[in-house]
Write a protein that binds this ligand. Structure first.
Ligand code: NI
Length: 138
């Protein structure tokens, strides 16, 4: 971590009140950490717009393993992109449904393409790609 600097900002009283109420509800003890997190969130989201930047993400998806060929198809797609996949968790939710969580690291564009391909596979009921960061520079 670099040197800590302080800076003041001018803000409308009403907006500041809304912000204070919001961060209190979220459990922040002071404005500084809330503002730091907002800045990080913005920077992380901005980096995901860059195709070739290395990102880290988790993809969760729920599917019915009885769906014909689905498990095999999802498995094959993942093998075709094994270099992006760090880890994989498979949970049998009930008799029919499975939850799979895949941890990904690689170029943003390739991670998004892989997630799109998996989520668009017939029989995947729900899924979400959560795009985070390697944490470097933040
Ligand atoms: Ni299962």
């Amino acid at each position: 971590m670099g040197k800590i600097i302080r800076f003041g900002i001018s803000i409308d009283e009403g907006l500041a009140g809304l912000f204070d109420g919001h961060i209190r509800k979220e459990g922040y003890s002071n404005r500084s950490e809330a503002v730091r997190d907002l800045i990080r969130e913005h920077l992380v989201a901005d980096r995901w717009r860059l195709d070739d930047t290395i990102g880290v993400a988790s993809l969760s998806m729920v599917f019915d393993h009885h769906q014909r060929d689905l498990s095999e198809t999802l498995n094959q797609i993942q093998h075709d992109h094994h270099e992006l996949i760090i880890s994989n968790l498979h949970v049998h939710i009930d008799h029919d449904n499975c939850l799979e969580v895949i941890i990904l690291k690689g170029r943003n564009r390739r991670i998004k393409e892989l997630a799109d391909k998996l989520l668009a596979t017939r029989g995947v009921k729900h899924g979400e790609l959560t795009m985070t960061t390697t944490g470097q520079d933040l």
